[in-house]
Design a protein around this ligand. Structure first.
Ligand SMILES: [Zn+2]
Ligand SMILES: [Zn+2]
Length: 466
């Protein structure tokens, strides 16, 4: 039996995860993520697949982050007509994440085409629009954790919990041959123990080939237990000044995590009784999915839900979707907390809140996520005295605080611990989903454990022995 894996995306970088597994004639695509980069690269990389989408027999989506699921509508647009398996929560999240991605592209292309028209250049088109994304949803097939699904004769799929975000999974593929079973597990992305409300990452037994992420292959996170203390200090300090706390946040997972901690601090009376606004239609919809998925959370959180004490609700928390309501926040005086998207401050309503609040030294901009290079968020974190918002310069006079303990990714120690736990039958580890220096550090560490390890190149094909 021939087993070939082709690493089509998410190698040498953290975005655009996509891997094609061919077992004899069966083609299984694991993840179909969006590659995120500058506009031209974004459109050229994401519009071309190194295989024919119509020939793919089935697709597996590990979780609802856009770098793992976000190019699925393009796959469908280019001819994929089969089933895409994912956990029920990932399916529920994709219903909002994928059309939102279509909307962002439509808006981006509108802006580009305005400029192109002035320059006499031809019009451009989005990879997919909201309608394409809606159409793609009908190919999604939910599969519960730990339930076996036959993908083809002798090939089964089981999802284990990755403990990374709601619905995240470690898709595990069992290939039955006359020699026994060959097991491939895909821990991309992998969470870390003790994250709020999530169950800890699971370890599938008897893994032969392990895919592992390396976003933080060379880094160690601050402990998640320190978040509440640090968060309460920042909030109380700003409240004493009468200022507003502006929190740019990713709509999926980080916004809910921040709400989780804030509502707990309110209940414990560790922060003052101030209003909290979640101002992002996408984050509000996603929070509703979280509320309806409580059975997938850890035991403590399930207990809270059973007692009707949702950690995502509190009398002080208001969800805002309406634009006028969002604008009215500007007329209200502090103290208050506003959580808004996008997390990198590149688009969305957060730009309005930053523009209105960044020049006031009584306010705080609280950074709770990673700010990539060349984003407004990064410029704010770097402490530049002036930043451009909507093409106009603003003085950055608010207090800037970075809370770096929030990561949902395993760090260097977590990754190594995880690999050691998988050891038993392990034949080889593939290190993906990382910047080169992060992947390489992890590779060296795995090699020192006497485990065969490879950092694949983009589009490299590797034969696996059954
Ligand atoms: Zn992820
Ligand atoms: Zn990822």
């Amino acid at each position: 039996m021939a087993i070939i894996i082709q690493f089509c995306g998410g190698t040498g970088t953290v975005t655009g995860s996509m891997h094609l597994l061919t077992i004899d004639r069966t083609k299984i695509l694991i993840d179909v993520g969006l590659f995120q980069g500058h506009r031209d690269a974004f459109y050229s990389v994401n519009s071309q697949f190194p295989f024919s989408p119509a020939d793919v027999d089935c697709c597996i989506i590990s979780h609802a982050h856009i770098d793992h699921c976000g190019n699925f509508p393009t796959l469908v647009k280019q001819g994929f007509r089969s089933k895409a398996y994912l956990t029920p929560s990932t399916r529920d999240l994709c219903k909002y994440i994928l059309p939102d991605s279509g909307y962002i592209q439509e808006e981006d292309i509108k802006y580009v085409n305005k400029i192109n028209k002035r320059r006499g250049l031809p019009a451009r088109y989005p990879l997919y629009n909201q309608k394409d994304a809606q159409n793609a949803l009908k190919f999604l097939r939910p599969l519960e954790y730990h339930r076996r699904m036959s993908l083809s004769k002798g090939i089964d799929l089981t999802f284990y919990n990755a403990g990374h975000i709601l619905g995240s999974s470690i898709p595990t593929i069992d290939i039955h041959t006359n020699k026994g079973v060959t097991r491939i597990a895909y821990a991309v992305d992998l969470g870390r123990p003790n994250l709020p409300y999530l169950k800890n990452p699971e370890i599938p037994k008897g893994v032969d080939y392990l895919f592992i992420e390396s976003t933080y292959g060379a880094r160690v996170h601050s402990h998640i237990d320190t978040v509440e203390d640090r968060l309460s200090k920042v909030v109380n300090r700003t409240v004493r000044r009468g200022g507003k706390i502006i929190i740019p946040s990713f709509a999926l997972e980080r916004a809910q995590e921040v709400l989780f901690f804030l509502s707990r601090l309110l209940r414990q009376k560790r922060i003052k009784d101030i209003p909290i606004y979640l101002d992002s239609p996408l984050a509000v919809n996603i929070t509703k999915v979280f509320q309806n998925s409580w059975q997938y959370f850890d035991k403590d959180t399930q207990e809270l839900f059973k007692k009707q004490l949702s950690p995502l609700e509190h009398k002080n928390i208001t969800y805002i979707t309406n634009v006028n309501q969002s604008k009215r926040l500007n007329d209200r005086s502090g103290p208050m907390i506003i959580i808004s998207a996008s997390g990198t401050c590149e688009n969305g309503r957060i730009l309005h809140h930053l523009k209105n609040n960044i020049e006031n030294p009584y306010n705080t901009i609280l950074v709770v996520g990673y700010m990539p290079r060349d984003t407004l968020g990064r410029r704010i974190v770097e402490g530049r005295p002036m930043v451009n918002i909507f093409g106009r310069p603003y003085q950055s006079r608010a207090e800037i605080v970075v809370l770096d303990a929030f990561s949902a990714h395993a760090d260097k120690h977590d990754l190594i611990r995880y690999i050691k736990e998988c050891r038993g039958k392990l034949k080889r580890v593939f290190v993906v989903h990382g910047e080169p220096e992060q992947s390489d550090e992890l590779r060296k560490k795995i090699k020192s454990l006497d485990i065969r390890v490879t950092i694949p190149r983009k589009n490299q094909e590797i034969y696996l022995s059954a």
